[in-house]
Design a binder for this molecule. Structure first.
Ligand code: BDR
Ligand code: CA
Length: 319
């Protein structure tokens, strides 16, 4: 079993990834932690509670960061053109959900849960890296107590999606991401290099919903305007960014990877750019020296990933 804490800003593609984690028979979802990003943290937390209720997800939801790791950063407008004004494609979602959140802030929930399960927890972060950065800043020892960290974010050899060089989750809090990739834990970066080529068509999702009933129909409904948004880049389909990171946890063999030390550019025209110094490449002394070697995904078997997402969501994957 893979014990997972899912750090997320739901978010349309976040929602699909949540259902994947919940339904995978070899994943034990210990908690959902929320972060601002696709919408305010009030909204992403409400959305997490809504999805928990609709999909009968038993694990706790802990509310996370509402501002960047460096609070002096200027907040930017929410990406309503991507995820809608309510973060879930503007389907009808109640203003409030009558379910409690965990009393702890997300970073404390992460610390406590990792400490209670030493060597066993994988942190899967698919929003801004703020909660992870806060957790490892407050309790640096958790870096050696987690099993691993898998993040959706960044781009190494392809363009960004919010600037020519930066991807949204990293660009939304570059200082947090830089802190996370420099920490002495093993980080796997599942970025646009692999997620931008992993697209699910509208008809594939429609077929899933027909087979999966109301729970998958909800996923299809909340994804429709997100698919519309992607028409500039995808033919009647959508990038399933966050699900790719979750698939890595259970099927890393579907990815090609390289290893090296990483940094995130903080400020200037390349704000939020992720850069890897591949292991074995020699450069004069610089800012990538004496840092942990992390893993970057550079290739993906997209069709197999999509089919696995579908089969898990439809309950066809057994232990
Ligand atoms: C990432 O940004 C958000 O819009 C998505 O949920 C995903 O996590 C893709 O760049
Ligand atoms: Ca996300």
């Amino acid at each position: 079993m893979h014990k997972v804490i899912y750090d997320t800003d739901p978010g349309v593609d976040d929602a699909m990834a949540l259902l994947f984690l919940h339904r995978h028979p070899n994943i034990d979802l210990l908690g959902v932690t929320t972060v601002f990003g696709n919408a305010s943290v009030d909204t992403t937390t409400r959305n997490a509670l809504f999805l928990k209720r609709e999909w009968n997800i038993p694990c706790p939801v802990a509310r996370g960061a509402s501002v960047t790791f460096d609070p002096s950063r200027q907040e930017r407008p929410w990406p309503t053109m991507v995820h809608g004004h309510n973060g879930l494609g503007d389907i009808a979602v109640p203003e409030t959900i009558d379910l409690p959140t965990d009393p702890r802030p997300a970073y404390q929930f992460i610390i406590d849960t990792v400490r209670a399960n030493p060597g066993e927890v994988t942190l899967v972060a698919v929003g801004r890296m703020t909660n992870l950065a806060l957790a490892v800043k407050h309790d640096p020892e958790i870096a050696s107590l987690v099993k691993g960290v898998v993040i959706m974010g960044g781009n190494f050899y392809v363009p960004g999606n919010v600037s020519p060089v930066a991807e949204a989750n990293i660009h939304g809090d570059p200082e947090a991401a830089d802190f996370v990739v420099k920490a002495p834990w093993k980080v796997v970066v599942v970025g646009l290099d692999v997620t931008s080529v992993t697209t699910m068509s509208r008809s594939y999702l429609t077929d899933m919903a027909k087979e999966g009933g109301p729970s998958v129909q909800l996923l299809a409904d909340l994804s429709q305007s997100y698919i519309d948004f992607y028409k500039h880049a995808v033919e009647d389909g959508m990038m399933v960014h966050d699900s790719c990171a979750c698939v890595y946890v259970v099927a890393p063999e579907l990815f090609d990877t390289i290893e090296g030390s990483m940094r995130v550019v903080c400020g200037g025209i390349a704000d939020g750019q992720t850069i890897i110094k591949p292991d074995g490449r020699r450069f004069p002394p610089g800012d990538w020296d004496h840092l942990p070697s992390q893993i970057a995904c550079t290739g993906i078997r997209s069709q197999q990933v999509l089919d696995l997402i579908r089969d898990v969501i439809l309950g066809k994957v057994k232990h």
